[in-house]
Design a protein around this ligand. Structure first.
Ligand code: OGA
Ligand code: NI
Length: 353
């Protein structure tokens, strides 16, 4: 596969949404207006639905993996408490994110994404690579954090002084948590704890701090368009502003932020490894008029050179593989170049029976 991250080499030259929002217009530019069927319903009384909350300290192993399994089957999303990542580290991570986005545009642009390929590191706003697209009401700063060979803190913000150290610590701690969750998920499928981790191989971890500025017309746009995450598992740290919505039974549910929790969701590669027993679930972010919102997404993915296919232990006893094997890097490029468009990228891997 060509290294798509190197095809284009212009620094991302687009407008940043935060800068646009700070200009104080009462109407948003047409580039951010979604087609009618994609627009969210924004109402003060919006029902906050509680996705399952799992206390990771409270149960012994078989009970815990059963709970995780149920949450994976019913929602594909859950929140975890007492997850082992120090709460003061969550606070520090939120703090450096807030400090970064509080800097002037000029100071932030020092860290602008250096290209417009798939998942470039740095400060950006556009998610997809294709020209024709409705833009998201979001800015972000992305960090390549694992394996260590991808990690180059020199490319990350130098201010505040604790920025780089905090990202490194957060990377290590969230990686431990992701591995523990993958072990529980593996057990919940009746597999040895290591089966899913082994299928994913050495993880490639990215940490993205998302910043959703207030928006004068939140009913016309989305902070982040509907998508399923393309990798194995995602850990999302939210602040106290609601905005994440999960699609279930043909409805969008808003996730109640819990201050000390991670929101956990399964990605497309877990759907493949589990041979469709668990699904990656569509989600999106809505914005609001009054308050900025920040979240930190930590993605645990295979490396781009890894082939992913259903775990062989699940294929015994006449259960055929439901997906063909896919090179993860190809799945990533398809996603960034053509867009998520529901789950069409994973649907294209289904073996017709
Ligand atoms: C993501 C994501 C949701 C949010 O970054 O993939 O789905 O609420 N984020 O920021
Ligand atoms: Ni996502």
């Amino acid at each position: 596969m060509a290294d798509l991250e190197r095809i284009t080499s212009q620094p991302e030259a687009y407008e940043r949404v935060q800068d646009l929002a700070e200009k104080g217009f009462s109407e948003i530019p047409s580039a951010y207006i979604r087609p009618l069927e994609e627009r969210p319903t924004i109402s003060e009384s919006i029902a906050l639905q509680d996705i399952p909350v799992i206390d990771l300290s409270s149960e012994t192993s078989p009970d815990l993996s059963a709970k995780v399994g149920l949450a994976c089957r019913e929602w594909g999303f859950f929140q975890v408490l007492n997850h082992g990542v120090p709460l003061e580290l969550l606070e520090r991570m939120r703090h450096i994110g807030a400090q970064f986005f509080a800097m002037s545009l000029e100071d932030k642009l020092v860290y602008a994404c250096k290209d417009t390929g798939s998942a470039p590191e740095g400060y950006g706003s556009r998610m997809l690579v294709k020209e024709e697209q409705v833009l998201d009401w979001r800015d972000y700063i992305d960090h390549h954090t694992l394996p260590i060979t991808r990690r180059n803190p020199e490319r990350w913000p130098a201010h505040p002084p604790e920025y780089r150290k905090t990202v490194e610590e957060y990377s290590n701690e969230t990686n431990k948590l992701a591995r523990r969750l993958l072990q529980l998920i593996s057990e919940s499928l009746g597999l040895e704890p290591s089966v899913i981790e082994d299928a994913i191989g050495e993880p490639s971890q990215n940490i993205t701090i998302n910043y959703y500025p207030p928006c004068p017309q939140p009913h016309l746009t989305l902070g982040l368009q509907a998508h399923s995450d393309m990798g194995a598992i995602t850990l999302l740290l939210q602040d106290d502003v609601a905005g994440l919505q999960v699609y279930k039974d043909h409805e969008w549910f808003t996730v109640q932020p819990l201050p000390d929790a991670f929101v956990v969701n399964l990605g497309d590669m877990l759907q493949i490894v589990s041979n469709d027993k668990y699904k990656s679930v569509e989600h999106r972010a809505v914005v609001n008029r009054d308050r900025p919102r920040m979240s930190v997404a930590t993605f645990y993915d295979p490396s781009k050179s890894r082939y992913i296919s259903p775990a062989s232990a699940l294929l015994e006893n006449n259960h055929p593989a439901l997906f063909r094997s896919v090179l993860f890097g190809e799945h990533v490029s398809a996603w960034y170049y053509t867009g998520p468009d529901g789950k069409k990228n994973i649907e294209s891997l289904v073996i017709e029976g």
